[in-house]
Design a protein around this ligand. Sequence first.
Ligand code: PGA
Ligand code: ZN
Length: 417
Amino acid sequence: MSTVIEDLVARKVLNSRGEETIEVDVVTTSSFGRASAPSGASRGKAEVVPFPQGGVDQAVRKVDEVIAPEIVGLNADFQEEIDRTLHELDGSKNFRIIGGNTAFAISLANAEAAANSYGLLLFQYLGGYVTHELPYPLGNVISGGRHTSGKTPDIQEFLVIPYGAESVLDAVIANAKVHKRIGEILRKKDKLFGGGRSDEGAWIANIGNIEALDVLAEACEEVGNEVGFECGLGLDLAASTFWNAKQKMYVYSREEKKRDKGEQLDYVLQLIKNYHLVYVEDPFHEEDFKGFAEITRKVKNCLICGDDLFVTNVERLNRGIKIHAANSLIIKVNQIGTLTDAWETVETAKRAGYIPVMSHRSGDTCDWHIAHLAVAFGCPIIKTGVVEGARIAKLNELIRIEEFLGERAKMASLPIS
Ligand code: PGA
Ligand code: ZN
């Protein structure tokens, strides 16, 4: 058989933050696949454990000594079997023995090796011939919260999504224009603005939440007029990062304001209305399923997305679906470990009418796999920044996929307007 795995090689590499992470090569009789794991700065509590005790060194050792002997000899075609074997070798519920990032890198490198053995691109191999819908790029243009330090907004991410674009290329260029325009506006507003950027390439500025939204709105409108299609506004509040469980308050340090649950709901609803937000991620902390349900009931044409809330975990998603908490979710494969697990979550989401958003992590590598996963899994949105090398790697791959699909390429449809 041509797809029998002959070797599994793990090594320590760095991510875009300069942190150590794991990269894995899967070698089959006729092909090769490689993947490295990203890592988050505002991780959900219910995510799998990224590395075993002992960190990346221990993860690499586990691949050499424990995992490779079991995986070598299996067939890369059987993704589910590979992923099941990883679970069995780990034996825990949260990959704390081998590390979720170890499982992630093996799972993805395996899929790529299988695709390569057939001479197919990863999205074709996973999605099949009929796959032809492309996601809208959603990206961070102003940073705050845990992605920054100093006098920045409390809200973690101010986002743009050019949902009126007719192609990926147009959309990616529009996002870059919005990013550039924001830089110009910030420079004019603040003579001390130093042009600093966060891990995801978004601007770091000494402004508050409302000021940041005003700047974003101005840039989106100007660029929208220039390119001739709608560039929508979004936020990732990452509210768990400023939720004080003892006080039961959302603590906005920059604004020197605290908001209880009800005030938080009113505040976010007001922002959605005033700025015509089409996307709001994690407006409540990660255990407040009811808060998510309440806000979802009260909005129209706006995606309420769960990231830390669901952590790509199908059990947590099902809990949300039962009470209609959120109408969208972030898919970060390394929050759950393997491709099979992530796919199960995506399937469940789609059946329930939730919009899956394939996402990078703030510390990422130049791997482009998520561009293929977004297309293959039918995610109408890909959240992967706007500028910065690790983000551009994914966006450029998406442009190549669009070119490859040619006339068959079609932008996904989105329930926002
Ligand atoms: P991360 O989170 O820093 O954990 O990648 C980014 C996000 O909240 O979307
Ligand atoms: Zn998030």
